[in-house]
Design a protein around this ligand. Structure first.
Ligand code: NAD
Length: 245
C-alpha cells in the first residue's frame, strides 16, 4: 500500500476526477476527506465506497472559495484525523461563454473557486502538514496553452494555478512538495454539454484518439502523492494523451 494511513483531503471529490482520486488513494490505504459543495448524497456514496474498502473516510461540505468554510473543513479534518498528509486541490468550475457575453460576476466565480480556492486550502492546510507531505493542484492544459476564447477566465485561473504551485513549492520547501497535474480532455460531467462535432474535432487532435478517463488522472496523482515522487517539486505533469495545439 502506497498511502497507508495517510490523511488526504480532496476538494470536489463527490464526482469526476476528484472521486477517482479519492477511490484510488483509499485503495492504497489512505484516510480520505471527501469535500463537496452541493452534492451531499454523492459525497456520501464515495465515503461508503471507501468504507467498504476498509479505509476511513468522511464527507465535509465546504465551498472552497469561502474562507470560513475552508477553515472549518481543515479544523474538522484535524479534529478527526489529527493531521493532514496530502491535499489535492481538485474543485473547479467552467462557463463556456462568448467573450462579449462574459460578465465580471462569472469571472469572479471562476477565479474564486479555481484560483483563490487553491490559495485558501493551501493556506489553512499547510500549517497542519508534515515533513514529506504533498500538495497536488489540478490545473489544466488550458492553463499552458489557452485554446478557446469561450473559457478565457477558466484558462487564466488554471495558468494562475501553475504560478501558485511554483511559488508554494518554494515557500513550503523543504517540508512539503507541491506539484500540478495538467489534464487535457477528460470524460467527466464537466464536458457533458460539449457539442458532438466539437468533441469529434478535439478527439482528432489527441494523439491517442480519445478523451482520458478520470482514473488515468488519478494514477498521476497517486504518483505525486507517493514515495515514488520524493524528488519532484514545483513542476507540472501533463496528462493529455498527446495533443496537437
Ligand atoms: P466535475 O465538474 O465533474 O468536478 C468538479 C468538482 O468540483 C465537482 O464535484 C464540483 O461539485 C466541485 N466544486 C465545484 N465548485 C466547488 C466549490 N466552490 N467548492 C467545492 N467543490 C466545488 O469536473 P472534473 O472534470 O472532475 O474536474 C475536476 C478538476 O479537473 C477541475 O479542477 C477541472 O478544472 C480539472 N480539469 C478537468 C478537465 C476535463 O476535461 N474534465 C480537464 C482539465 C482539468
Amino acid at each position: 500500500m502506497k498511502l497507508q494511513n495517510k490523511v488526504v483531503i480532496i476538494t470536489g471529490s463527490s464526482r469526476g476526477i476528484g472521486k477517482a482520486v479519492a477511490l484510488t488513494f483509499a485503495k492504497e490505504g489512505a484516510k480520505v476527506v471527501v469535500n463537496y459543495n452541493n452534492s451531499k448524497d454523492r459525497a456520501e456514496e464515495v465515503v461508503n465506497a471507501i468504507t467498504v474498502m476498509g479505509s476511513e473516510s468522511f464527507a465535509v461540505k465546504a465551498d472552497v472559495s469561502n474562507e470560513a468554510e475552508v477553515k472549518r473543513m481543515i479544523d474538522e479534518t484535524v479534529n478527526r484525523f489529527g493531521t493532514i498528509d496530502i491535499l489535492v486541490n481538485n474543485a473547479g468550475i467552467v462557463f463556456d461563454i462568448p467573450f462579449m457575453e462574459k460578465t465580471v460576476d462569472q469571472w469572479q466565480k471562476v477565479l474564486g473557486v479555481n484560483l483563490i480556492g487553491v490559495f485558501l486550502c493551501c493556506k489553512y492546510a499547510s500549517p497542519h502538514m508534515n515533513e514529506g507531505s504533498r500538495i497536488i493542484n489540478i490545473s489544466s492544459t488550458n492553463g499552458i496553452y489557452s485554446m478557446h476564447p469561450e473559457s478565457m477566465d477558466y484558462d487564466a485561473s488554471k495558468a494562475g494555478v501553475l504560478a501558485i504551485t511554483r511559488s508554494l513549492a518554494q515557500e513550503l520547501a523543504p517540508k512539503i512538495l507541491v506539484n500540478t497535474i495538467a489534464p487535457g480532455w477528460v470524460d467527466t460531467e464537466m464536458n457533458k454539454d460539449l457539442p458532438e462535432d466539437f468533441v469529434k474535432k478535439e478527439t482528432d487532435r489527441i494523439f491517442v484518439k480519445r478523451f482520458g478517463q478520470p482514473e488515468e488522472i488519478a494514477k498521476a496523482a497517486l504518483f505525486l502523492a507517493s514515495e515514488d515522487s520524493s524528488y519532484i517539486s514545483g513542476t507540472t505533469i501533463v496528462v493529455d494523451g498527446g495533443y496537437s495545439s
